[in-house]
Design a protein around this ligand. Structure first.
Ligand SMILES: *Cc1c(COP(=O)(O)O)cnc(C)c1O
Length: 385
């Protein structure tokens, strides 16, 4: 068999990291639920909180292969992955630069918790090079980005950030959740540490809460030192379910890419839609940049109804597409950032970030395009009356 780097994505999803069932020759990885393992010469201490059970180790191989990394760790949530990775590289007196538009949970972690650890932080004004540059200080140890970002699908120039950081010996971290490894492999562009909320595209069925980090063996070792003390590992049963889900990640996400692109075009041409934000549309301000670093444009988009149409009422009229907080499942979902994910930001900050009250964020599922379009069409028609 070829080394995993040259295997195609669907082959990695299906096969890489599988545990061979030598006892019964079953088709799938056996599930090892033990929390207690006899001592052996090879692995002295096998224990779920040490991230080294058979199922944890096997799935880490798949995730590392998908992100072109040497190693990976699987966590109990995306936020466990984010917090453990950040705190592994930041000590008292250190400073971090984070991009301005971030997942709400990450933003809260920084502003609510970092002070008590004595960690300094700065958020960039926007995503331009100068904004990152002006925030870097002598004690900056980490630059943290997220692209595409929520909810306007802005794109951060990964190569630009890597170049800035490399010059100064700063560690780079990216939240790659929205793209998934199917659409973006930041390690190929020089990023040090790639973080995922596996609750989203990796899980993909809205039934798993999990996180993952992929990086060099050296960086993973450093994160692991903290991870085993913080205790944010994922139960083996859920690890096993996540492996099952990830077998179809490639085909799911590619279907979501195709659906999202079609729907973005439909919405863009609709008289009742004022604006569509999708990095795969030529009209998106970051389209050219997205093309240089993404293999596909993802299943997330957002849009604004034209002036005078009620976004809340529109959501109520939708029948197939459900209003829901999470994203990246097989099923299409929609939400109002103003009322949910970005409610706590306040009107002024939302205005600054360009998030209008009528903005809707759409997580495109794998349903048939024509059915999704029909649902949007009937809901818009009802508003027009
Ligand atoms: C959901 C999400 C997270 C947090 O993940 P959890 O699994 O909910 O802890 C982090 N980043 C992004 C971009 C997310 O969408």
């Amino acid at each position: 068999m070829k080394p995993t780097e040259i295997l195609g994505i669907n082959t990695i999803c299906t096969h890489t990291g599988k545990i061979v069932d030598n006892q019964f020759k079953g088709a799938i990885s056996p599930l090892y639920m033990s929390t207690s393992y006899a001592f052996t010469d090879v692995e002295m201490k096998r224990y779920p909180r040490y991230f080294n059970t058979p199922n944890q180790k096997a799935l880490a191989i798949k995730i590392a292969a998908l992100e072109h990394a040497e190693d990976a760790l699987i966590f109990g949530s995306g936020m466990a992955a984010v917090s453990t990775s950040l705190l592994a590289f930041l000590h008292k007196g250190d400073h971090i630069v984070l991009q301005q538009t971030l997942y709400g949970g990450t933003f809260n972690l920084v502003v609510e918790e970092f002070k008590k650890f004595g960690i300094e932080y700065s958020f960039t004004k926007d995503l331009k090079k100068a904004s990152f540059e002006e925030k870097i200080k002598k004690n900056t140890k980490v630059i943290y980005i997220e692209t595409p970002s929520n909810p306007l699908m802005t794109i951060t120039d990964i190569r630009m950030v890597v170049a800035l950081a490399k010059e100064k010996g700063i560690v780079t971290m990216i939240d790659n959740t929205f793209a998934s490894p199917v659409n973006q492999n930041p390690i190929d562009l020089g990023i040090d540490i790639v973080i995922h909320s596996a609750t989203k595209y990796m899980g993909g069925h809205s039934d798993i809460l999990a996180g993952a980090v992929a990086a060099s063996s050296e960086h993973i070792e450093k994160i692991w030192q903290l991870a085993k003390n913080f205790g944010g590992s994922l139960s083996d049963y859920t690890v096993w379910l996540l492996e099952r889900s990830m077998k179809t990640m490639g085909i799911r996400v590619k279907a979501q890419n195709r659906n999202a692109k079609r729907l973005a075009k439909y919405l863009e041409n609709h008289k009742d839609i004022a604006k569509v934000y999708y990095p795969g549309l030529k009209s998106h301000s970051d389209y050219a940049l997205a093309k240089t670093q993404m293999k596909g444009f993802g299943g997330m988009l957002s849009f604004e109804l034209r002036e005078g149409l009620d976004a809340q009422l529109f959501q109520k009229h939708l029948q197939l597409i459900k209003s829901s907080m999470s994203l990246a499942g097989l099923e299409s979902t929609i939400l109002s950032p103003f009322l949910t994910s970005h409610a706590l930001l306040g009107a002024e900050e939302r205005e600054k970030q360009g998030i209008k009250d009528g903005l809707l964020r759409f997580s495109v599922g794998i349903e048939e395009k024509k059915d999704l379009i029909a649902d949007l069409e009937q809901a818009l028609l009802k508003l027009d009356k």
